[in-house]
Ligand binder design. Sequence first.
Ligand code: COA
Length: 157
Amino acid sequence: MENIVPFLVRAMTESDVAAVRQLETASFSDPWTERLLLETLQCPYDESWVLTGSRGEVCGYINLRFLGDEGELMRIAVAPGLRGQGLSRRLMDRMVSSAREKGARDLTLEVRSGNETAINLYKAYGFKREAVRRGYYRDPKEDAWIMWLRSLPGTPS
Ligand SMILES: CC(C)(COP(=O)(O)OP(=O)(O)OC[C@H]1O[C@@H](n2cnc3c(N)ncnc32)[C@H](O)[C@@H]1OP(=O)(O)O)[C@@H](O)C(=O)NCCC(=O)NCCS
């Protein structure tokens, strides 16, 4: 029988804020508040997308910011119990589509130097480390890597 994939990516709305806040709390040491999440929904430069399961439940999300011809991956998270199944790629693919739609040639992000999982994912999408901010993070103290994906294929030159 055909394997039906129950996961969908759709634009985040205000009704998702509480669920995304839970995802933030489960995923980050500095979780974004509901207020901040609402502000990102109102910000004309930001895009937020949720990954939903078969019952419509929020299983992951991504927040992107587009300024000029640059895009920034601000946040990506998949629910802890669903990690390791390739779901983050659904969200990363959405980032690439959004960048093309916005005409963003370059994409950047910041990541903890010890976040091997995320770094592997970003490298798989063509991001390369271009700079390090020493001791940038607190709790725990850690360097930040600044990564860039230059000249995304398929964007206007
Ligand atoms: C980073 C995160 C979004 C990845 O989501 P995921 O759905 O588990 O990742 P996937 O299963 O789609 O894996 C995608 C790639 O990530 C890397 N990866 C995934 N799990 C990994 C692990 N345990 N160790 C090392 N690399 C791993 C691999 O490159 C993998 O590709 P592959 O399967 O072809 O080898 C998820 O771990 C998460 O939500 N972490 C907490 C929040 C976070 O750290 N966000 C990034 C902040 S900058």
